[in-house]
Design a protein around this ligand. Structure first.
Ligand SMILES: [Zn+2]
Length: 284
């Protein structure tokens, strides 16, 4: 999966990349070049490290210096694909941190927000996706999944989490499938591919509902957000009301989030929002 510069550095913005004056946001302007520069500039412990949220190299440097930011650190590992034998190079996150509240759909704040692409590996030769492409319990079955038309078509979207979702669907692990669709939506959000993000969110809802695992309250609250982000405001409000009525929630923070979702639905707001601060939640 190609990395894209996420341009939403400012604390007030979340996940909506914007064109920045003087910066070419073409595909070639990837995080890789940003990262290379950062490694060369700040590498006191000889590890590969980067801050993965940036407008530009200069802005990134200035921001990290001003804020004394700890960095996300990576090591590079080589893994041989269990399906095709191709040896690939992958970044593995060794440490990261998160500052600020997560989004309403549980996407973490930076820096952890931007280590998403390193959660899974994708073989650049055959397209197999796994947490480690070196591991596969049923190789012949997996080869058939990867060769399928559906999988080959999904490869065109350059979004490893879409592929991982298809694999998890075939394995009938619907909860993991749903989560992977949520993460694929985050990748599409960062690219401003809103229609594809919406399709991923709808699929996430479908597989959360299909899952036989008993969903946690947080997962049900995530579904409220998925409904809202896909313009299904009535369903979002109804589910929020249902949770408020039936889940015996004693956390004012969680109650506040559900009320906040209902307000957003009233305004037909489909945007990404950060969870409000616990001490800033007020009740009408
Ligand atoms: Zn492979």
């Amino acid at each position: 999966m190609k990395r894209f510069l996420n341009t939403s550095l400012l604390p007030s913005s979340r996940s909506t990349p914007r064109n920045v004056k003087g910066i070419n946001m073409s595909k070639s302007n990837t995080l890789k070049s940003c990262k290379k520069h950062f490694i060369e500039t700040y590498n006191p412990f000889n590890v590969k490290s980067t801050i993965t949220r940036s407008f530009s190299i200069n802005q990134l440097n200035r921001f990290s210096q001003q804020n004394n930011f700890p960095r996300t650190t990576f090591i590079t590992i080589r893994t041989t694909c269990a399906l095709c034998g191709h040896e690939g190079q992958f970044d593995q996150v060794t440490s990261t941190s998160s500052f600020g509240n997560c989004d309403l759909d549980m996407r973490p704040a930076p820096l952890a927000r931007h280590t998403l692409v390193d959660e899974v590996q994708e073989c650049e030769s055959c397209g197999f996706v796994n947490q480690s492409v070196g591991k596969c319990e049923n190789i012949e079955e997996m080869k058939n999944i990867v060769k399928s038309d559906k999988y080959q078509e999904a490869l065109k979207d350059d979004n490893s989490f879409l592929l991982y979702a298809l694999i998890k669907e075939e394995e009938q692990n619907y909860l993991a499938c749903a989560w992977s669709y949520v993460k694929s939506a985050w990748i599409f959000d960062d690219r401003n591919e809103n229609d594809k993000a919406s399709i991923s969110r709808r699929r996430a809802i479908e597989f959360f509902e299909k899952s036989t695992t008993c969903l946690t309250l947080e997962q049900k609250m995530l579904i409220v957000d998925l409904y809202r982000r896909t313009s299904q405001f009535d369903k979002a409000s109804n589910l929020a009301n249902d949770l408020l009525k039936n889940e015996k929630i004693d956390s004012k923070f969680l109650i506040g989030i559900l009320e906040y979702q209902k307000d957003l639905c009233r305004y037909k707001d489909v945007d990404c929002h950060v969870s409000p601060d616990e001490n800033k939640i007020f009740f009408r």
